[in-house]
Design a protein around this ligand. Structure first.
Ligand code: ACO
Length: 170
């Protein structure tokens, strides 16, 4: 038996964070599917009220607030036959950017893919115009561009298909 991941009650807030930051959105059941199938691979960044919950003014249900998440999975039918992870979605609220949150979320997910699932590599797609994410993936984390996927997104924009080797983390 294994317990539900601790973030499962936060999935509606993860969905809100996604809708706020990205045009690619998903049904709640897709977040739940990730959390139940690969509970080790997704992470959230939350903020708690200053001074904790016990401030004498009752429980504040608006906390904890999700300010970032990485939603990740293992590729279920890898075309190259190699077990590998995939980043479905990553975002951080504007108010909390450039604090190293996305980098930490990505590194935690990458480690879990290697250690829990012996992932050979991790893949993702990113819009060719998304300079912030490209900088994060390529320059900070060391991803490489594998190919350009033409008109990958619903609005016709191309995607870079990127990947990062994880075997060094086994
Ligand atoms: N401009 C240039 N470089 C950037 C930027 C930026 N705006 N943001 C991050 N980086 C690079 C920098 O090298 C940065 O290191 P530094 O701050 O020491 O210079 C490094 O990435 C790490 O930055 P973080 O602070 O970890 O990144 P942050 O927490 O701000 O989140 C993110 C970055 C996720 C791209 C954020 O800007 C965001 O949510 N954007 C909107 C949603 C989005 O584009 N998500 C990715 C879509 S692709 C996908 O989901 C697979």
């Amino acid at each position: 038996l294994s317990s539900f991941p601790s973030y499962i009650n936060l999935l509606p807030s993860v969905q809100t964070c996604n809708i706020t930051n990205l045009p690619e959105n998903y049904f709640l059941k897709y977040y739940l599917y990730h959390a139940l199938t690969w509970p080790q691979l997704s992470f959230v960044a939350v903020v708690r009220p200053k001074g904790g919950y016990g401030n004498g003014r009752g429980y504040d249900h608006s906390y904890p607030k999700v300010v970032g998440y990485v939603l990740a999975k293992m590729e279920e039918e890898p075309s190259d036959g190699m077990a590998h992870g995939h980043i479905t979605s990553l975002s951080v609220m504007r108010t909390h950017r450039r604090l190293g949150i996305a980098e930490r979320l990505m590194r935690m997910s990458q480690r879990a893919m290697a250690e829990s699932h012996r992932a050979h590599y991790v893949s993702l797609h990113v819009r060719v115009s998304n300079n912030a994410a490209l900088r994060l993936y390529r320059d900070t984390l060391g991803f490489e561009v594998e190919k350009i996927e033409s008109k990958y997104y619903a609005d016709g924009e191309d995607a870079y298909a990127m990947h990062l080797d994880l075997k060094s983390m086994w």
